[in-house]
Design a protein around this ligand. Structure first.
Ligand code: PLP
Length: 397
């Protein structure tokens, strides 16, 4: 089969590979606890489901405008003002089939072959693949655990060249849970102000899953707003992963370009999900905050348990639902046939010896860490932490 060369830059995400592996082991009767997935374990709140049923009954089952229904664009505009103090008119907003498609649209609309795109590591798996698909050159900046996996203004300044076109990051971050404060963003904003050719893609999909109580967006810096595109969506904060609905807000020209792109790919996003999203965004956020309380409890437990394990180093995630411990002190250690030489080995070891599925950090551009999702029950997490602890204790120098 002669498949197109561009497929070389589209690898199967490690997250999906791990989920597949753990399903295979489960099918063999092995009791695996799966902490590899980036998906809320909660159901979509009832009032949102009811809005979808109502939309179907009212006949919203046909094609929608490419950019999204006007009432949803209006609802997003209201949300951005209400929650983020950001002023975006409905025609500066566009809805897509998941935040992932918003990211795709933006990268395809901005990046030409040869353009440099800066991505601080660790980063969400999809960013690099999208840039490579567009023919762009990814420039990674390593941000390790010592700086809470965050980028400093000096590192940013040193990595920008005249060919830099775009900067992509998420805050709160998948996989590290790191969150940029207003002051930290101000430091980065100062650098961006000196380099007007650089666009900024700010992925804020974990906005609501934030343990600091206050989300911050780089779009809040007025001098940058005309080159920032904010991406957000319904998947995480409203437990709506399967509904496939995301959105972006940014300069009109970029929105129009993305509309052209999407018009030839998928057209308007799912009509029923859009109507449900209007209700989700404009209703009381109580159900979201209830989920966040549960995530916070789990985070406190998981981080506490990890910090007690000798040899493990962990940051304190301020958002999202992942722990990203550094396991590098185990490199070189063995148990039976297993030698841990890197984070990939550790993740495999924990799967086969501890029966806990995690994701190796190399999938996110960090070879020292593994990602542990705490979007599962406390019972599962308690059992999983015990299993991890036991498996680690078997490793000898
Ligand atoms: N951005 C980040 C950082 C994510 O972790 C995810 C999903 O895991 C997405 C975007 C994609 O979200 P959606 O389900 O809206 O496509």
């Amino acid at each position: 089969m002669q498949l197109a060369q561009r497929l070389d830059s589209v690898k199967e995400p490690q997250t999906i590979k791990m989920a597949k592996l753990s399903r295979e082991l489960k099918a063999k009767g092995i009791n695996i606890i799966d902490l590899s997935l980036g998906e809320p374990d909660f159901k979509t709140p009832e009032h949102i489901c009811a809005a979808a049923v109502k939309a179907m009954n009212e006949g919203f089952t046909k094609y929608s405008p490419v950019a999204g229904f006007p009432d949803l664009l209006e609802a997003i505009s209201i949300k951005l003002k209400r929650d983020n103090n950001l002023n975006y008119a409905p025609n500066e907003i566009m809805v897509s089939t998941g935040a992932k498609q918003s990211l795709y649209n933006i990268v395809m609309s901005l990046v030409d072959p040869g353009d440099e795109v800066i991505i601080p590591a660790p980063y969400w798996v999809t960013y690099a693949s999208l840039v490579q698909l567009a023919g762009g050159i990814v420039k990674y900046i390593n941000c390790g655990i010592d700086t809470d996996f965050k980028l400093s203004p000096e590192q940013l300044e040193a990595s920008i060249t005249p060919n830099t076109k775009l900067f992509i990051y998420s805050s709160p971050c998948n996989p590290s849970g790191s969150f940029y404060s207003r002051e930290e963003l101000a430091g980065l904003a100062e650098v961006f102000k000196r380099h007007p050719q650089v666009y900024i893609l700010s992925d804020e999909i974990y906005e609501y899953i934030n343990y600091t109580g206050q989300h911050e967006s780089i779009a809040q810096f007025d001098e940058l707003k005309n080159r920032v595109v904010v991406v957000n969506g319904m998947s995480k904060g409203f437990a709506m992963t399967g509904w496939r609905l995301g959105y972006m807000a940014g300069p009109r020209e970029i929105i129009q370009a993305c509309e052209r792109m999407q018009g030839q790919c998928t057209s308007g996003a799912n009509s029923i999900a859009q109507k449900a999203a209007v209700t989700a965004l404009l209703s009381d956020l109580g159900p979201t905050y209830k989920m966040v309380d549960a995530y916070k409890q789990r985070r406190d437990y998981v981080i506490g348990a990890l910090k007690k394990m000798p040899g493990i180093r962990s940051n304190e995630p301020q958002g999202a639902f992942y722990a990203f411990p550094d396991v590098s002190s185990f490199f070189g250690k063995t148990y039976g046939e297993n030698t841990i030489t890197n984070a990939d080995d550790m993740s495999m070891y924990l799967l086969h010896e501890g029966h806990v599925a995690t994701v190796c950090g190399s999938a996110f551009g960090d070879n020292n860490c593994i990602r542990i999702s705490f979007a599962t029950s406390m019972t599962n997490l308690m059992e999983a932490m015990e299993r991890i602890d036991k498996a680690l204790k078997k490793l000898n120098p």
